[in-house]
Write a protein that binds this ligand. Structure first.
Ligand SMILES: Cc1cc2nc3c(=O)[nH]c(=O)nc-3n(C[C@H](O)[C@H](O)[C@H](O)COP(=O)(O)OP(=O)(O)OC[C@H]3O[C@@H](n4cnc5c(N)ncnc54)[C@H](O)[C@@H]3O)c2cc1C
Length: 450
């Protein structure tokens, strides 16, 4: 129950900011959401594109996948009036690669669904399958905790995982989940993801594949919900700095200053310093330095368009990455199977690597060649569009320090995928952080008015 409706600014209309704003209007507050961009969605958004001689469409700034363990996302979608099945296709965890690997989680109860999947996986040797099952059982017995954190690669070697299994299963899973190469990725964060997906109930490891552009998932529905609940969306408005006042906060926009009772900063970590770096005192300085200290990893998505509809064996398959031979693609998505143009595919290259040295058009040609060799796509390439997000996610490295959602002022809370959590940078982490930040602010504002 609200004692008094307060005015609250949410800076950033990514998934974290939208999640926070929904919780704030639910608590009865008057919310204004600011974003420097003209569209909501932040790093999970869509844009218009017109492939030559084909109808215009909306492309994502990068192919995303979600999993059944994203409980916050599923709950939020229902809450804002979007049945998840209308925008996401649920399918059991399936790992198919271009070299004959076929792993599918079984229909039994957890953890037998996984064990049966591992034991009956095609395309892996018996030794590989047993090593994988052993590792998962050992991790489960240890409650998915390791002592001192180390790299995923070091941990897998300690666990005596065969090189072939690391290359075909663990390395692609690590880079897909953490967007960080396994030689620098945190084993503990990787285990946290395994715990909540492969180690949890059967549905948690299901893939939830978007069947609409990303902006039609949380962004469109949350926006509609916010507007119906009296919130204001101020898009194309860069917040230049945040200051504290006697009773709350003020924000500086290009041409005006506005005052609020409270604020949630829901911008990416590297944007925090510009907003709060000038605030006096060591606590603010420490926070600004912590947020500025993240290292970043890119994600490139290459959309390829062909002269005919494509028939691919699965909506999503792993490609064999051979950087020395110019085969950089890691995952292939059949867009036709996911509600998109059936003449197109999306190829994802996560994390840093040699592909970053190759010019865009050349990279598109190389990926098309890889698809000819590995996925049997012989149709003629007619167009391509590449999107690289240089700061797609923070690098999920061992011993990473992350700020929690509180700040030195009770009037300001932080939301964003980078805030304290045991997850890597994910949509789910962003949404959870929004709920936590909103809860903190609602509580302190209520205390202030008692
Ligand atoms: C290509 C790509 C693929 C990904 N794949 C997956 C995936 O498969 N699964 C998954 O779970 N996650 C994935 N992620 C990660 C996921 O997209 C992010 O974790 C999530 O979107 C982060 O949301 P956020 O709200 O914390 O931050 P952001 O999305 O960065 O939102 C911050 C917002 O703040 C705005 N802003 C910044 N500064 C200011 C300012 N001064 N004033 C006003 N506005 C400001 C920005 O414009 C932005 O809209 C992927 C990310 C990328 C880029």
């Amino acid at each position: 129950m609200v004692t008094r409706a307060r005015t609250i600014a949410v800076v950033g209309a990514g998934w974290a900011g939208l999640s926070a704003a929904v919780r704030l209007v639910d608590a009865g507050h008057r919310v204004t959401v600011f974003d420097a961009a003209r569209d909501v969605g932040g790093r999970a958004r869509a844009f218009n594109w017109q492939p030559p001689q084909m109808p215009p469409e909306r492309l994502d700034n990068g192919q995303h996948i979600m999993i059944g363990a994203y409980r916050e996302m599923l709950e939020l979608l229902r809450h804002v009036g979007c049945p998840p099945e209308t925008v996401l296709r649920r399918e059991p965890l399936t790992l198919i690669d271009s070299r004959g690997l076929h792993f599918k989680a079984g229909r039994l109860f957890a953890p037998l669904h996984l064990l049966s999947g591992m034991l009956f996986a095609r395309g892996l040797t018996l030794a590989d399958r047993l090593a994988m099952a052993r590792l998962m059982m050992r991790a489960r017995r240890a409650h998915f905790r390791i002592g001192a954190d180390r790299s995923v690669e070091a941990w897998l070697l300690e666990q005596r995982q065969p090189a072939s299994l690391i290359a075909r299963v663990w390395a692609p899973l690590c880079v897909a989940a953490l967007n960080t190469p396994m030689h620098i990725a945190s084993a503990q964060i990787f285990l946290n993801v395994l715990r909540d997906s492969l180690g949890a109930e059967r549905g948690a490891s299901d893939f939830l594949l978007p069947t609409t552009p990303l902006d039609q998932i949380v962004p469109a529905h949350a926006t509609r919900y916010l507007q119906a609940h009296g919130a204001t969306l101020a898009l194309g408005q860069l917040v230049e700095r945040i200051d504290l006042t006697d009773t709350g906060v003020s924000i500086r926009l290009r041409e005006e200053e506005m005052r609020f009772d409270g604020l949630i900063a829901a911008v990416a970590a590297h944007r925090i310093k510009a907003l709060i770096g000038h605030l006096p005192g060591t606590a603010w300085a420490k926070l600004a330095t912590l947020c500025d200290g993240f290292h970043w990893q890119p994600i490139t998505t290459i959309y390829l368009y062909y002269d005919e509809a494509l028939a691919l064996p699965a909506a999503m398959m792993a490609l064999e990455e051979k950087p020395l031979e110019g085969a950089f693609g890691q995952w292939l998505f059949a867009r036709g199977a996911l509600g998109g143009n059936p003449r197109s595919v999306a190829v994802v290259i996560s994390a840093e690597g040699r592909h970053r040295d190759v010019d865009g058009a050349e990279l598109e040609r190389m990926v098309a060649r890889q698809l000819r060799n590995q996925a049997g796509i012989t149709a003629h390439l007619v167009a391509a569009q590449t999107v690289t997000e240089k700061r797609a996610t923070f690098a999920a490295v061992p011993g990473l320090l992350r700020p929690n959602n509180q700040t030195p002022s009770p009037h300001i809370a932080l939301a964003g995928d980078y805030t304290e959590s045991d997850y890597p940078a994910t949509l789910e982490g962003a949404l959870r952080s929004g709920r936590i930040a909103a809860g903190l602010l609602v509580k302190t504002l209520r205390q202030g008015s008692d």
